[in-house]
Structures are given as structure tokens and as C-alpha cells.
Design a protein around this ligand. Structure first.
Ligand SMILES: Cc1cc2nc3c(=O)[nH]c(=O)nc-3n(C[C@H](O)[C@H](O)[C@H](O)COP(=O)(O)OP(=O)(O)OC[C@H]3O[C@@H](n4cnc5c(N)ncnc54)[C@H](O)[C@@H]3O)c2cc1C
Length: 444
């Protein structure tokens, strides 16, 4: 009988989850890994990304950290400011994170992260990439899962493998089909929020010393306002200033299920933030008309299951997370690394064993990912508060923190030391190593 390392895997999607899953399987010795991606290439690149220590630790284990670290920017401070006045509500020193967790909190360009993972995958002969290949249907969930793949010419092909790992993002076709097959539901939840994602190159900021100072620093700045938020930090060796805004969604609500991204309007963006302080407005004014990209922020309620027979969901496909904690991609990567480890512990290649070990993966990951998705939602709520008692309470906690006093949980959950400990201090592989056998026994 062929050994477990000969098992045939189909990975759907080459986003952060797909690339790290492929690499994690390959580094665990699996030899037949095919990645199917509907896009003609690696897809959306144009944004910054937070690389928290829990993600950096995994990137290091996957062998890509050194290149990413070389051009990412280490965050040593975080400043939370009133959007309308630029008054600093709180200031958090994050320079100790590297010593505390063994890795720094960095911010980087998505392109360097994705390219590093992709290039590393290309070094593995066990991984093959198939772009312009859309999974249109799941034809069988097991014991040998079969998927229908549509190529660039609209021609359909059937692929039968041993395991399918659906890393197909928040709009996952496999998730929808899985829930349908199992006759269960998990509604897509509209957050009522959208995000603009913008990158300003250094030359665009040369004329304005105050803005230049932002790109030259190592600070994540958050300007908070009623229902709106601007998060900004330097990336790419301090050559680009990355901005993410959160605002009420007005566009996508007209197209509830189809669209998630669209070209944004600069005029509209400036109108949304017209009561923000001059510094924040000057930043947004610097943006070129044609580079505003708007994202709809959606999540869905907790799924009753992530697996069915020999198919499992990974990353945003099973736990989309709002960006307020900067952990969506990090959690996808944790999933990927745990999957590689757990599947490498299978004693045999029987479909029953595969299904059981996919369940072990789900059990290891479910609680943490749901907890973080909830925390990210709460973090957003707190930073988007309008005038009123809740905001006053929040600002009192911020103010006390400036004198080193803690009078309640820090409202910017991303910068809260206890939350950081829970997120950054967690080593998903050590956790999986210690727990997988008990989970397996409990499944028997
Ligand atoms: C505004 C914003 C800011 C964010 N900032 C951060 C941050 O700072 N840090 C962080 O960790 N996370 C952040 N995130 C979250 C992060 O981007 C996601 O959690 C992460 O990219 C999810 O990766 P994924 O691979 O699961 O899904 P995706 O990146 O969506 O990848 C899915 C892939 O599957 C492909 N695909 C889909 N359907 C099919 C199909 N049927 N057939 C073949 N291919 C298919 C898609 O083309 C795509 O390439 C942010 C998100 C947003 C919206």
C-alpha cells in the first residue's frame, strides 16, 4: 500500500491560506499537491498587511521569514487619535514585542508576503500550480473526493484526489456546497462597513514634512471617529505609506451577495472623512483618483462544520475575520501549519483516517479562530463609537493609559497587552502537538 506521503491533494485557491497550506504539506513530506486558482496569477496584491509575531513565527518555519523581514517595517509604537482633532487619545509602546514573543510585530507589503510564499512553493517539486482554473462544483465529497475544474477556455475537467482543502476565501464555493449538502446554514452577515485600501509612495509625501514624518516612522496611527476609522502605517522599507479606512457601506448594500470589491471614488472618500483633521485629510487628498479600492466587509456566522468526508475548509472560507485585529491571514496560516502537522501524523491512507484527521484539525482550530473573529468585531465596535456615554468611558480608559493606569480593558484590543499575549504568545504547532492525540481519542 502506498504511504501517506503519496496522497493526492487538491488545494483550491492560492491566497494566503492556499499558499501556506501547500507549503506546509510539502514541508511535512507530502509529494502530490496541486493548487487550483481561478485568477490568471496570484491576484490582489495592492495593500499592506500586519505581520504579527504569531504569523512571523510560522513564516520562519515555512522558510520565508528572512526575505519578508528584510523589507517589512517593525512597529515600535501605536498612536490612537481623535479623528476630528488629531488629539492623541492613547499611545502604546510596542517595541518590547520582539523580546517578549521572539518575533517583532511588523507591517509589510502583501506582494512581498505572497511572492515569498509562492517562490518558496516553486522550489518544491511536490507542488504544482494551475492558474485560470476555477472549481465550479464538488462532484463527490469522498471516499475519493472529486472536483470539477473549469479552465481558461471554459472547458470542464474532473479531478479525483484523496483530500481537497478548500482555501477559496470568504466567497467559498465549497463552503456553500458543503452547507447545502449537509442541509445546514451559516448566514453571511453584513457588517454595514466597507474599507478603502490605499498605498501612498514616498514621493507623493515629499512636499509635506508632517506626512513625510509618518512614512519615516515606525508607528501605526489610528484616527477614530463616529462610525469611521483610518488606520495607517509605513511599509516596504518606509517607502510606502499604507492606509486602510473603515466607513459605513453605501455602495455594496445595493449588491448584497455578489460584489466584495470595487473601484472606489476619491471624491466620495474625501466626503466621508471631511470632518477629520487636516493631517488625515491631506493624506487622503494625496491619493491618485484611480487608485482607490473599496472592499465590502462581510463575515458569516459560525459554521456547524468545517469538514465533510475528505474535504476541509481553510482560512477565510471557514472563519472570515474583520481587519481590526490584523489577524485574518495570520489565522489562515495557523490553519495551514496545523493541517500539515496533523495530516502527517496519520497512521494510514484510508478515507476514514483522512476524514478523522481533518476533524482533528477542525477541533484544534475552531475555538481560537472564532474567539479572534469575535474580538476583531468587538475591536471595531469600540473604535467606531459616536458621541455618548460609551465613547466617554472608552476615552477615559485611553486617557488613564497615558499615565500608565489601567482602569478597564484597553479599548483598542489590537494594542491590549493581554490580548497580544493570547494572540502572539500562542504557538499553534506546539498546541497541536500537545493536543491532537487527546482530540483523536475523543473522536474514536
Ligand atoms: C481591508 C482588509 C484589511 C486586512 N488586513 C489584514 C492584516 O493586516 N493582517 C491579516 O492577517 N489579515 C488582514 N486581512 C484579512 C486577510 O486579508 C484575509 O483573512 C486573508 O487574505 C484570507 O486568505 P484566504 O487565502 O483564506 O482567502 P483569499 O485571500 O480570499 O484567497 C482565496 C483565493 O481563492 C481563489 N478562489 C476563490 N474561489 C475559487 C474557485 N472556485 N476556484 C479556484 N480558485 C478560487 C481566489 O481567487 C483567491 O485567490 C484584511 C482584510 C481586509 C478586507
Amino acid at each position: 500500500m502506498a504511504g501517506i506521503k503519496e496522497l493526492k491533494f487538491a488545494i483550491i485557491g492560492s491566497g494566503m491560506a492556499g499558499l501556506s497550506t501547500a507549503l506546509s504539506l510539502a514541508t511535512n513530506g507530502f509529494k502530490n499537491i496541486a493548487v487550483y486558482e481561478m485568477a490568471v496569477d496570484l491576484g490582489f496584491f495592492g495593500a499592506g498587511i500586519q505581520i504579527a509575531p504569531n504569523m512571523a513565527r510560522l513564516l520562519d518555519r515555512l522558510g520565508v521569514w528572512r526575505d519578508i523581514e528584510a523589507e517589512a517595517v517593525e512597529l515600535t509604537e501605536s498612536s490612537i487619535r481623535q479623528g476630528s482633532t488629531d488629539h492623541e487619545l492613547a499611545h502604546v509602546n510596542t517595541s518590547t514585542i520582539r523580546d517578549t514573543y521572539g518575533y517583532p510585530h511588523m507591517v509589510g507589503h502583501r506582494a512581498s508576503l505572497v511572492s515569498a510564499l509562492y517562490n518558496r512553493c516553486r522550489q518544491e517539486s511536490s507542488i504544482s500550480f494551475h492558474f485560470s482554473s476555477t472549481i465550479s462544483r464538488v462532484l463527490s465529497w469522498g471516499p475519493k473526493p472529486k472536483i470539477e475544474v473549469e479552465d481558461a477556455f471554459g472547458k470542464s475537467h474532473e479531478h479525483e484526489v484523496d483530500v481537497v482543502l478548500a482555501c477559496d476565501g470568504i466567497k467559498s464555493v465549497v463552503r456553500a456546497e458543503m452547507l447545502d449538502t449537509l442541509k445546514v446554514t451559516a448566514e453571511v452577515e453584513d457588517t454595514g462597513q466597507a474599507a478603502y485600501r490605499i498605498m501612498l509612495t514616498r514621493d507623493k509625501l515629499q512636499h509635506d514634512p508632517e506626512l513625510l514624518q509618518l512614512v519615516d516612522g515606525q508607528c501605526a496611527t489610528r484616527w477614530v471617529g463616529d462610525g469611521r476609522l483610518i488606520v495607517a502605517y509605513p511599509i516596504s522599507d518606509n517607502n510606502i505609506y499604507n492606509i486602510v479606512t473603515i466607513q459605513p457601506d453605501t455602495h455594496f448594500s445595493e449588491a448584497p451577495s455578489a460584489a466584495y470589491t470595487t473601484r472606489g471614488s476619491k471624491v466620495q472618500m474625501l466626503r466621508v472623512f471631511s470632518d477629520f483633521c487636516p493631517r488625515a485629510r491631506r493624506l487622503l487628498q494625496t491619493v491618485s483618483d484611480d487608485t482607490v479600492c473599496e472592499w465590502k466587509l462581510r463575515v458569516h456566522s459560525a459554521l456547524p462544520t468545517w469538514t465533510h468526508e475528505q474535504i476541509a475548509l481553510v482560512g477565510d472560507a471557514c472563519h472570515p475575520t474583520l481587519p481590526h485585529l490584523g489577524q485574518g491571514a495570520a489565522q489562515a496560516m495557523e490553519d495551514a501549519c496545523v493541517l500539515g502537522f496533523v495530516l502527517s501524523m496519520m497512521p494510514d491512507t484510508s478515507p476514514h483516517t483522512i476524514g478523522k484527521f481533518l476533524k482533528v484539525y477542525e477541533n484544534l482550530r475552531r475555538e481560537r479562530t472564532h474567539r479572534l473573529a469575535g474580538l476583531a468585531f468587538a475591536a471595531g465596535q469600540s473604535l467606531l463609537l459616536g458621541e455618548g456615554q460609551e465613547k466617554d468611558e472608552r476615552d477615559k480608559i485611553f486617557a488613564a493609559s497615558k499615565d500608565g493606569r489601567k482602569v478597564g480593558p484597553f479599548p483598542d484590543r489590537w494594542a491590549d497587552a493581554d490580548i497580544q499575549k493570547m494572540i502572539y504568545g500562542f504557538d499553534c504547532l506546539t498546541d497541536a502537538y500537545h493536543k491532537y492525540q487527546d482530540i483523536l481519542n475523543a473522536l474514536d
